[in-house]
Design a protein around this ligand. Structure first.
Ligand code: MG
Length: 199
């Protein structure tokens, strides 16, 4: 309603007459709840499409992350081959020190399981042919059987352990690889080493 106080509304006594008529009031058109009268934005379908794409991308990333697709199988500086990660350590240590070092990294000194693994190791050590690398093969006594760190017996299928002692030695009870050859050696000798960690 609208209040009118024009001069024409004055009565004979000079008092203003109030006019509560609704003559100037125009009803606004009702807009439906759905806003059907509002012009539809051309960006709406684009925004909805982008939202769906983002949602799908998040779901795909979550699934791939759960499957370990984005995770690195080996730590930095480790080399992945077949089902293991290998660390070629270039710090000189005794065989026992090297064993301890690998253990501290959650690994063990290299165990060569088959000829394919030996070929891979050989390809690596041959590029460092002036250096020797301790592997996880040792024996308790001279001329005794060789054992891997996990207690399994050595089988000379992939390589032979060459003797470096000029004569019978009670000390050459540890094994290193030098280039493509494998030798027994005095365990306290300082050398590089190879750690292995199964995936
Ligand atoms: Mg192995």
């Amino acid at each position: 309603m609208k209040y009118h106080s024009h001069i024409e509304n004055l009565d004979e006594d000079g008092y203003t007459q109030l006019d509560f008529s609704t003559r100037d009031i125009h009803k606004r058109p009702m807009i439906s709840d759905k806003g059907s009268r509002a012009p539809s934005s051309p960006w709406r379908p684009i925004a909805v499409g982008l939202g769906i794409l983002c949602f799908v991308a998040v779901v795909v990333a979550a699934v791939l992350g759960a499957l370990g697709v984005f995770s690195r199988p080996c730590l930095p500086n480790w080399i992945m081959h077949a089902k293991s990660c290998y660390l070629f350590s270039f710090s000189g240590k005794s065989w026992y020190g090297s064993k301890r070092h690998c253990s501290q990294l959650g690994a063990h000194l290299l165990k060569i399981d088959d000829s394919k693994e030996f070929e891979f190791i050989e390809s690596q050590t041959s590029s460092h042919h002036i250096n020797s690398f301790w592997i996880g093969l040792s024996r308790n006594q001279s001329e005794g059987p060789w054992f891997w760190e996990d207690g399994s017996a050595f089988s000379p299928n992939s390589f032979q352990v060459r003797n470096t002692a000029p004569q019978e030695s009670l000390l050459h009870n540890c094994v290193w690889i030098h280039g493509s050859e494998v030798y027994n050696q005095i365990c306290n000798t300082s050398s590089y080493s190879i750690c292995e960690k199964e995936l």
